[in-house]
Structures are given as C-alpha cells and as structure tokens.
Design a protein around this ligand. Sequence first.
Ligand SMILES: Cc1cc2nc3c(=O)[nH]c(=O)nc-3n(C[C@H](O)[C@H](O)[C@H](O)COP(=O)(O)OP(=O)(O)OC[C@H]3O[C@@H](n4cnc5c(N)ncnc54)[C@H](O)[C@@H]3O)c2cc1C
Length: 390
Amino acid sequence: MYFNRSNQIPRSAEVVVIGGGVIGLTIARALAQRGVRDVCLIERSAVGTEASFAAGGILAPQAEADRQDEFFELACRSRDLYPDFAGRLQAETGIDVELDTTGTLYVAFTERDFEEIEARCEWQATAGLVVEKLTAKEARELEPCLAENVRGALHFPRDVQVENRRLVNALVNSVAQSGVEICADTNVDSIITDRSRITGVQTTRGFISCNIAIVAAGTWSSAIQVGQSAPIQLLQTPAIEPVRGQMICLDAKPQLTRHVLYSPRGYLVPRHDGRLLAGSTSEHAGFSNQVTAGGISHILANANEISPAVSSLPILDTWAGLRPRAADGLPVLGPCDEINGLFYATGHYRNGILLAPVTGELIAEAVVTGLVSPLLAAFSPNRFNLAHVS
Ligand SMILES: Cc1cc2nc3c(=O)[nH]c(=O)nc-3n(C[C@H](O)[C@H](O)[C@H](O)COP(=O)(O)OP(=O)(O)OC[C@H]3O[C@@H](n4cnc5c(N)ncnc54)[C@H](O)[C@@H]3O)c2cc1C
C-alpha cells in the first residue's frame, strides 16, 4: 500500500524503516520477503528522490580498491548479488533495471595514474581477482573514443553498472506489492525509547508504535533524535555528513562508449537510451544540492581528459546529490547495543547503489533472526561512542 499525505499513517507497525532511498527500500523488501508482515516505510518527501536518484549506478568495487579489506569483501559480495537481485526485481515488477555487464575500464593518463594501475593490477591478480592490463593501443581498440594520450588501462569485466533510477522504481513497485506500507510526505522527528527499548517513532503526522526502527535516512540520519523524554536522555547518534556530488547528463547517440570509463579524476557512464553521465565532484557544501559553474567545469575537464569527443555532445541535464558519509568513510550497519530494537543502515557514502543488495539481506537477517553476520562486524554503529547524553 502506498500512503501519501491524504491517507492516515498506521498507529503501529512491527518494523519501521526510516528513509525511502535505495537502502530503506531494499531493507523493507528483504524484510517482507522474510515474512515480516507489518513493515512501515516512512519517507519525508517522495521516495527515491535524493542520493539514490542522483547516483551514477557504477558497481565497481575492484576499479578503485587498493587492498582486500572488510569493505572490499562486502562490496564484492553485494556486486555479485546483483544479477539475481536484478532478475528477481524484473520478475516481480516487470521493470528491467538495465544491469549492464559490459565492464569497466580504469584509464591512466599521467605517470602517477600509470603507477597506480600497475600496483592495483598486481595485488588483484595475486589475490586471484579478474583483472586485465591493457596497453594504450589495446585500450583504444576496445574503446576508440579514449583520448590519444591514454597510457594504459585496467579492464574489470566483473565491475558493472545499473540504471539506478529504474532500480528505485522497481524497488518501490516490489515493496508496495509485498504489502509494506509506504508513508510519503512524513518526517520522522525522533525515535522514542523507554528504559533502553524502542516504543515508537514520532512523525510529523503522529506517533507510530513499534519495537524495531531502522534508520536508513541517508545524509539526514543523524538529525533523527533517539531517546526518552522523562527524564530526558538522548542517544549520541552516529554523525553522518553530506558530501555533494554533481553530475552532467550528455546526449550521446550513437553511444560514445560501451564500457564505464573511469579515471582517478572522473567517469563516464553510458546508458542504454543514449544518455551519457559524466561525474562527479566531492564537495563539503552543507546540505545544499545546487549545481555550480565550478562543479560543471571540473566535471567537463575530467570527462574531456577521458574522451575529447565529449566536448561536442549536447548537455541534456545537470543535478547534484548528497552522499551520506560517516566520520571514517565506512558504512554504518547493524544493531545499536545501547537501544534494543534500534538499527542503523546508513553512511553508504559513494557506494550505496553497489551496497544495497547486501545491506538489505544482512540487515533483514539481523532483524529477523537476531544474528549479525560477521561481514557486518567492521561496520557496526557501536564503533562510535553511542552513549546516552542528558
Ligand atoms: C553524484 C553521485 C553519484 C553517485 N554515484 C554512485 C555510484 O555510481 N555507485 C554507487 O554505488 N553509489 C553512488 N552514489 C552514492 C549513492 O547514491 C548513495 O550512497 C545512496 O544513494 C545512499 O542511499 P540512501 O538510501 O542511504 O540515501 P538517499 O537516497 O539519500 O535516501 C535517504 C532518504 O531518507 C529520507 N529521509 C531523510 N530524513 C528523513 C526523516 N527524518 N524521516 C523520513 N525520511 C527521511 C530522504 O528524504 C531520502 O529519500 C552516488 C551519489 C552521488 C550524489
């Protein structure tokens, strides 16, 4: 069911998911599929209109990784869930999320870039990962649009891409079909507790009683207060900051490239309908999601370095979104020790589209079974000091 401003919100739910981006939607779907019947997803505006709408949809854990750590393991696990995830979403909703498995080329232009790709190729090949080193000639044979001064490239056939806006649409349809109540235009102001247990969430449209609340509110997650009113005791919640990313959408018919083209400074993502996305910036500009002249010229310069052919393409659109970043840049995933029933699924920063399937699976599993996967250990919210403050 899809509730909007004209409908009543429910008075109680088994689980309340806060935030209707790709993370909240994926968790709600995974909960419903595990038989949790009374899931309510609350979104302060319209679902899927923030970072999840702004993203590029690149699913490329290998392209940028310099070591095999817990984050890399989680990201690869999620990428490898995508074929099944996309296939099931299509079966459930009829929506093709355009999972494109052509692969990613990570391209080098400077001496430093070249050293970087050599080192990356070496550790990944030693670790048994699929990566192929291409000479400049081979890279240009594969993608003739690459600039003539390209020095070499890494080909990551398993690093793929998805059309994230279609993904959000498919998730909304799947979630609505599975009986989750979606309450749009409803802000969660606070999560109310009593003796370290959740009693419900206070929204702009009333109180919803629940024992489990999952904070998946992206960049705005730390604005949601957690605590009890008498005596006043608030939880110190994980700090999430916004990192703005701007994007340009170009018109490339016929399409310029088949692969995602990635350099240390920018990327080009070809869509099936002829759009070509050029990204991005990484800015600390508060909660402003404005597109700026400086941002656009930065993206165009880096896109042009990858392929000078970009400069003759018409610009169709520009936008910006806010990536949710925790203090250490890692996602914040799992139950909070201080409050029974409180879970966080936020801080996905530059990788929320990539990490959506694994986040949905592991958070839903933890909620339903009480068992927290070892894969989540490094990302626990408890790594921050979540003590009560009066
Ligand atoms: C330009 C750009 C490019 C990117 N490219 C990629 C990429 O190629 N690959 C990749 O994997 N990731 C990429 N990302 C990152 C990715 O978009 C994010 O990590 C991901 O979308 C985070 O999803 P989310 O659901 O946590 O946040 P969001 O999509 O921001 O959703 C959070 C939702 O919570 C709602 N909300 C907030 N507060 C409340 C409240 N109090 N009550 C109710 N609802 C609330 C918001 O309205 C919003 O809808 C990119 C991001 C940007 C900006």
